[in-house]
Design a protein. Structure first.
Lengths: 249, 342
């Protein structure tokens, strides 16, 4: 279970999150919606430990352990996975090498045995087939020259292989056409499980037609200002975020 | 400029000589070193698995032949061994001169290693390489020397009509280490690839200097050099391409890209294109930077610890140069040689 209590995060000198409190129980999918500039991406970066996103106050507990003191790789080994809005291109590192390096680094950090090359290949073949990915693409440098849809599928493939327990999806729908959105959503839905929590960060309701949330939260001006069931997303789609903007408060 | 002769200190260039501005030999070598006593040949060479013929020098003395003429398809391992393991050998100097030629239509794989052992020494190597019409020479150079060694290697390469010359130098630095290559496109349609790679730590210094002279029409030159410097190391890249009058149809491209991974490390880059012909295509690019922060975070987010992420990105950056080596077996030797040293 993820427990965020009164989290304050600054980027540079600028406070972005200003007392955010949120619980995501195991097995649940929570959506974070909000206007541009509300701090949605900052939340994803703060939870995953991006340098420059400094927690100045508050606490983040993941399965009873504080995350804020851990470096990004240690958090990943604890099961935290941030799916990037714009996945990064890594020239010179084949996708297969990248994922295997990541998987084995996580396993080492948890005191588990590394996965052998043949066993890994078998895992990847099954996972890429499920996502209708061309296996040869995985021999190319990670994300270099991939289309927007291919990059997002690559993110889902990594999730499927790394098996994180806390999934943070940052604007996963951006840059996807409707077919790619469906494939990516199916990939995410296949990962829903009673021991996995998901935080779906999105500006638009559209993604939530495909990935059905248990709860919806509105993030505005650095805090959760409203929470509800899936119907809240539809209300936001109809009425917009104006009522939550600081000027209207 | 007088030719360098390590037995005569008056020939040692200082930074006042433009071509040696960043590699002041006189500053590190004030007087001519005593001649090296003989050394010992032991240990395998990096390219032994590729077999072929061999020329071996130990402290300047050829163990067998010191010249080679290739006809047909041949492999030549050229080993420059500097042995300064005993006190008598420390601080001494030795020089070599090698002549290599590839006859018309020959295909030569020249696998060169500079293997330094022990402490300070001064080594000076001169090579002449003649590539006959339609011949093909691939020269791969791995340089590993002690941190307090001084070495200068000069290669004069002549490429005849339709000849092909490919070169990849991989250097790890020394107190002062310079690998200089002069290539003359002597006749029409020569094709040259001149690549380099340096990975330096501590206070090591490497200087990759090249001059490519297009004297005839329709020649091609493609140059890619990449480097990474840490600590207080210093990397020098000087690449000059001259396109003479009448060398129309020349296509010349030069790239130098380096990473500075230490606050006190230094890169000196001097790309030069000097063009006297009209109908040519020439371009050069030069970048010096650091590892991409967002890539480092992305890798860490997936569980790769920071040091490992840095190493992986650095290797990925450099390996592009190795990937350009066409000969598969040689390429794989270079790849693992480099990986072990990063």
């Amino acid at each position: 279970m993820l427990k965020i209590n009164n989290l304050h995060v600054s980027v540079g000198e600028k406070p972005i999150l200003k007392g955010l409190t949120l619980d995501v129980p195991a097995g649940e999918v929570h959506a974070i919606m909000g206007p541009n500039g509300a701090g949605k991406s900052t939340l994803g970066y703060a939870l995953s430990g991006r340098p420059g996103y400094e927690a100045t106050e508050g606490a983040v507990d993941w399965n009873g352990e504080s995350l804020l003191d851990l470096d990004p790789a240690a958090r990943a080994a604890k099961g935290v996975f941030l799916s990037f809005q714009y996945p990064i291109e890594i020239p010179g590192v084949p996708a297969l090498t990248f994922v295997r390096t990541a998987l084995n680094a996580q396993r080492r950090a948890r005191g588990e045995d590394e996965v052998s090359a043949p066993a890994f290949l078998k895992l990847v073949k099954a996972a890429s087939a499920a996502l209708k990915m061309d296996f040869d693409m995985l021999k190319r440098p990670l994300n270099v020259g991939f289309s927007g849809g291919e990059k997002k599928r690559m993110e889902i493939l990594q999730m499927a292989l790394l098996e994180p327990s806390l999934l943070i999806l940052d604007e996963t729908d951006s840059g996807l056409d409707i077919d790619a959105l469906r494939i990516v959503s199916e990939g995410v839905n296949a990962l829903r499980s009673p021991d996995r929590s998901m935080l779906v960060i999105t500006h638009y309701q559209r993604l939530l037609d495909y990935i059905k949330p248990d709860r919806v939260h509105v993030l505005a001006a650095g805090r959760i200002v409203a929470s509800g069931g899936p119907e809240l997303a539809l209300k936001l789609e109809a009425e917009g975020y104006d009522q939550y903007l600081p000027a209207a408060a | 400029m007088t030719a360098l002769d390590i037995t005569d200190a008056s020939t040692f260039p200082s930074r006042r000589t433009e071509a040696w501005k960043y590699s002041d030999l006189r500053r590190v070598l004030k007087e001519a070193p005593q001649p090296s006593p003989s050394g010992v040949l032991n240990g395998p060479g990096a390219f032994d698995a590729l077999n072929g013929d061999a020329i071996v020098f130990v402290n300047g003395v050829a163990v067998g032949v010191d010249a080679f003429v290739a006809s047909g398809e041949q492999t030549l391992r050229l080993r420059f061994i500097s042995d300064a393991t005993s006190p008598e050998q420390a601080g001494t100097g030795h020089a070599t001169a090698v002549q290599i030629a590839a006859r018309a239509g020959a295909k030569l794989l020249l696998l060169e290693t500079h293997e330094g052992r022990g402490g300070a020494y001064v080594a000076h190597n001169r090579l002449t390489i003649d590539v006959a019409p339609g011949a093909e020479v691939t020269r791969i150079v791995l340089v590993e020397e002690p941190a307090d060694a001084i070495s200068v290697t000069e290669a004069q390469v002549k490429v005849a009509a339709g000849g092909l010359y490919r070169q990849t130098i991989v250097a790890t630095g020394a107190k002062l280490q310079r690998l200089e290559t002069h290539v003359a496109h002597g006749a029409e349609g020569a094709d040259v690839r001149l690549d380099g790679l340096y990975a330096l730590t501590g206070a090591r210094h490497t200087d990759l200097t090249s001059v490519v002279d297009h004297l005839a029409a329709n020649g091609q030159t493609s140059q890619l050099t990449k480097g990474v410097v840490r600590d207080t190391a210093r990397g020098v890249f000087q690449g000059k391409i001259v396109v003479e009058r009448g060398a129309d149809g020349t296509d010349a491209r030069m790239g130098h890209h380096a990473l500075i991974l230490g606050e006190r490390a230094e890169i000196d880059a001097k790309p030069e294109l000097i063009i006297y012909a009209d109908d040519v295509q020439c371009a050069h690019g030069n970048t010096v930077g650091n590892l991409d922060e967002s890539a480092l975070f992305y890798m860490q987010q997936r569980g790769i610890p920071l040091d490992e992420a840095r190493a992986l990105l650095t290797q990925a950056f450099l390996i592009e140069v190795v990937d350009r080596i066409e000969h598969e077996q040689a390429r794989e030797v270079v790849r693992s040689w480099l990986t072990e040293r990063l």
